[in-house]
Design a protein around this ligand. Structure first.
Ligand code: S3P
Length: 450
């Protein structure tokens, strides 16, 4: 029956309009969901596998467009990667320092993680020349946050606006180690410098103002890198050069994808969803803490550890939500979940304040401006702050024409909002979801019950 709630119209084989119209009697969500593999871990498994010695087996890789961009860049530099699938991908690594000079521009597509992490490796390959670009969104995103520290290490990188915008050209060099005090808590910045440090003689340290996701640290250690972590000061030191050795990586489900179902299950009346195999690394579980503060009924079931990452099943039931303030050290631990948290806040009593999240303005879109505009079009009360939003809950949403701005997390957040709006919502450029969650719409169809 759910097919009448959701319709997809594809234009020119690419652009998709997603129509969502709940029945006037409402709908509920029921079922068990297996979410796709973690995007951050998928990128890192492909990259470390490519530069390690020997074979890396990856189970549960995310088949989204972003990891595909990473795979094609490293294939162009000599790594052998079997056909991408979520069962088993085999990467035959080329060994430390052996990335080959590609004969064409490396294209990171929409993926900031691909470009920023890869830059650390390219900059530290002496005698080789690389050019990197990305799609129209990525070409507007700040690269100076990684280019500056790499230049302090002796890197030679050129690009528009003093090397801060892609396309970038890189002439690989033997770098010198530094201690970098990052002004932002960013796993992409931290990982870029650690990867540059991997090939650099001596100790390279990154200190960040708050702890960002630590997947690079976990995986680098598992592959044999020499890493020292000081949790007190949020510092990581890598001693290079160290040869990495191929490993088996089991990628858990992406909590950033689970977040859409957690909020959907909480705000759609009479719902109960179980989301299986979700990565619950503490550097990523800010969303669970924020939703708990808001009163969401979410339980962790079957907690376990899989290949060095904590995993659980999550059960969510419809809940009465209340407002809260989300700010400070929790922000880097839920940065990608703020668009869907803003949807949850629309259904919470009181005014939710989200602060210290200016980073959202330089993601795949300006997520503060876009979410505020699109939710307000639907009747919400959202005020933009320079570094966040104020959302006053309790106003009913009304279906209308909204736009993802080609940002995957905006597309999916608006689809969840549409489930609890009256009338029909049209989401323009909804195909963006496939960047991180290619099966989002079919999964939504399976859990809708009328
Ligand atoms: C990511 C880190 C985060 C996150 C991005 C993925 C990663 O970015 O927003 O989606 O895989 O390292 P920052 O580290 O720049 O905050």
């Amino acid at each position: 029956m759910s097919h009448s709630v959701i319709t997809v119209e594809t234009q020119e084989n690419v652009s998709q309009k997603l129509f969502i119209q709940p029945p006037t009697s409402g709908l509920s969500l029921q079922g068990r969901i297996r979410i796709p593999g973690d995007k951050s871990i998928s990128h890192r498994a492909l990259m470390l596998g490519a530069i390690a010695q020997g074979q890396t087996q990856i189970k549960g890789l995310l088949l989204g467009e972003d990891p595909c961009s990473t795979a094609s860049c490293f294939q162009a530099m000599g790594a052998e990667i079997s056909e991408l699938n979520s069962e088993l991908v085999t990467v035959t690594g080329i060994g430390l320092g052996n990335l080959q000079e590609p004969t064409d521009v490396l294209n990171a597509g929409n993926s900031g993680t691909t470009m920023r992490l890869m830059l650390g490796l390219l900059a530290s390959h002496p005698g080789r020349f690389f050019t990197v670009t990305g799609d129209s969104s990525l070409r507007t995103r700040p690269m100076s946050r990684v280019v500056k520290p790499l230049q302090q290490m002796g890197a030679q990188i050129w690009g528009r606006k003093d090397g801060s915008l892609a396309p970038l050209a890189i002439s690989g060099q033997a770098l010198k180690p530094i201690h970098y005090h990052s002004p932002i808590a960013s796993a992409q910045v931290k990982s870029c410098i650690l990867l540059a440090g991997l090939l650099t003689e001596g100790q390279t340290t990154v200190t960040e103002p708050a702890l960002s996701r630590d997947h690079s640290e976990r995986m680098l250690k598992a592959f044999g890198a020499k890493l020292d972590i000081d949790p007190q000061t949020h510092s990581v030191t890598i001693t290079g050069p160290t040869q990495l050795v191929g490993q088996t990586v089991v990628v858990p489900g992406d909590i950033s994808s689970a977040a859409f179902w957690l909020v959907a299950g909480a705000i759609v009346p009479n719902s109960e969803l179980v989301i299986e195999n979700v990565g619950v690394n503490p550097t990523r579980t800010g969303i669970l803490e924020a939703l708990a503060m808001m009163g969401a009924d979410i339980q962790r079931l079957n907690e376990r550890e899989v290949a060095g990452e904590p995993v659980a099943d999550l059960r969510v039931r419809s809940s009465r939500l209340q407002s809260c303030t989300i700010a400070g050290e929790i922000i880097p631990r839920l940065i990608d979940e703020i668009p869907i948290l803003s949807v949850a806040s629309v259904f919470a009593t009181g005014t939710t304040v989200i602060k210290d999240a200016a980073e959202l303005r330089v993601k795949e879109s300006d997520r503060i401006a876009v979410m505020a505009q699109q939710l307000n079009k639907m009747g919400a009360k959202v005020t933009e702050l320079p570094d966040g939003m104020e959302i006053t809950g309790g106003t009913p949403l009304v279906g209308t024409d909204v736009d993802s701005y080609t940002d995957h997390r905006i597309a999916m957040s608006l689809a969840i909002a549409a489930l609890v709006a009256t009338g029909k919502t049209t989401i323009q450029r909804a195909e963006a979801a496939s960047i991180s969650y290619p099966n989002f719409v079919p999964t939504l169809e399976t859990v809708i019950s009328q």
